[in-house]
Design a protein around this ligand. Structure first.
Ligand code: GH3
Ligand code: MG
Ligand code: MG
Ligand code: MG
Length: 311
């Protein structure tokens, strides 16, 4: 289905076609008491492959949002059975920021201030009924694309470009969020590759990069439920929530052995590496103290022969 008008706008058409594929995993909630209006909006969205959620009340919309994480847009009418559209928008905004979820108000009638009411309550956009299909669709697209671009920026800001691991910034954010409800049983590990500089010196910087990626992949595989990160250079940090210290030690020492045994493929040869690990956990609940304690132990591991876990 491609409206005739789009044939003249080639760039828009390309964007539209790319969207049709992405829309299959994009949820849109439509909240309205007006059945005719609702059905019309839903069928337009469905024709463009969106996954749609039909709601009559604000509370139905709220539960759709908590059940389905792929919802990027809510389109709401102004008069709902349980609250007004603008009150609904304001309450949605307490749970989702403007960058997480787009909201579009729709309303008919003569009230000229309705669009201002919606936008002041936190809506990203407003459309007056009756609307034309084309305006409706390009506004929907614009709003969904806005949310997606913020998501992409956020992802990039939290990811280490070389290894794809969460970066230091993301590590601190997640640990701090989780730290509010931590048990006493937890551990933190700082992992530093041994004589890594000699890999660069012997095989070149690209080989060094390949080793970092290989170690990162091992960390991802062996610590799927932990908070992991590339902390900087050739250092990685792992936070193990709800793990008794002795269990954490065993897992880290096993990991150390895995790294030691791994044959890392380079373009022209195969190489091996070892790592030293400093651990902390039992003495403190504060993340900065956990890190500085682990750092001291890492230093001790380096000074007592490397390729070991110390706590
Ligand atoms: P030690 O056993 O004491 O930790 O020795 P080391 O050689 O691992 O430590 P050092 O701190 O002397 O060297 C770390 C090296 O890591 C220096 C730096 O050039 C290299 N490095 C840091 N980030 C990257 C990267 O992204 N790619 C590559 N290829 N090398 C990196
Ligand atoms: Mg280092
Ligand atoms: Mg060093
Ligand atoms: Mg090192």
């Amino acid at each position: 289905y491609i409206p005739k008008e789009n044939a003249q706008n080639y760039d828009y058409l390309i964007r539209l076609i790319a969207r049709l594929e992405k829309n299959k995993s994009t949820g849109v909630v439509v909240v309205s008491t007006n059945r005719v209006q609702r059905t019309r909006t839903l069928s337009l969205l469905e024709r463009h492959n969106f996954v749609v959620y039909e709601c009559i009340t604000a509370s139905e919309a709220m539960s759709a949002l908590s059940d389905h994480k792929h919802i990027r847009l809510v389109i709401t009418d102004n008069t709902l059975p349980d609250m007004s559209g603008t009150v609904f928008v304001a309450s949605l905004r307490k749970a989702f920021s403007k960058e997480q979820l787009a909201i579009m108000g729709i309303a008919g009638g003569q009230g000229m201030l309705m669009s201002a009411h919606f936008i002041k309550s936190g809506a990203n956009d407003f459309l007056r009924i009756p609307y034309c299909h084309e305006e409706f669709l390009c506004r929907v697209m614009q709003n969904v694309e806005y949310i997606e671009s913020v998501e992409a920026i956020r992802r990039a800001a939290n990811t280490d470009y070389l290894t794809g691991l969460p970066n230091r910034r993301h590590f601190f954010y997640t640990v701090t969020m989780q730290h509010q409800q931590l048990s006493d049983e937890h551990a933190l590990a700082l992992i530093d590759l041994d004589f890594f500089k000699s890999i660069n010196d012997t095989h070149g910087h690209d080989a060094g990069d390949a080793v970092l990626k290989a170690v990162a992949a091992l960390i991802e595989f062996y610590f799927p439920d932990e908070i992991i990160s590339r902390f900087g250079g050739e250092e990685f940090c792992i936070y193990l929530p709800d793990t008794p210290f002795s269990e954490a030690y065993e897992r880290l020492d096993d990991f150390r052995k895995v790294v030691e045994a791994e044959a890392i493929e380079l373009p022209k040869t195969t190489t091996h590496i070892t790592c030293s690990i400093g651990m902390s956990g039992t003495t403190t609940q504060r993340i900065d103290n956990l890190i500085s304690d682990a750092d001291k132990q890492l230093y001790a591991a380096k000074n007592s022969g490397r390729n070991k876990v110390m706590f």
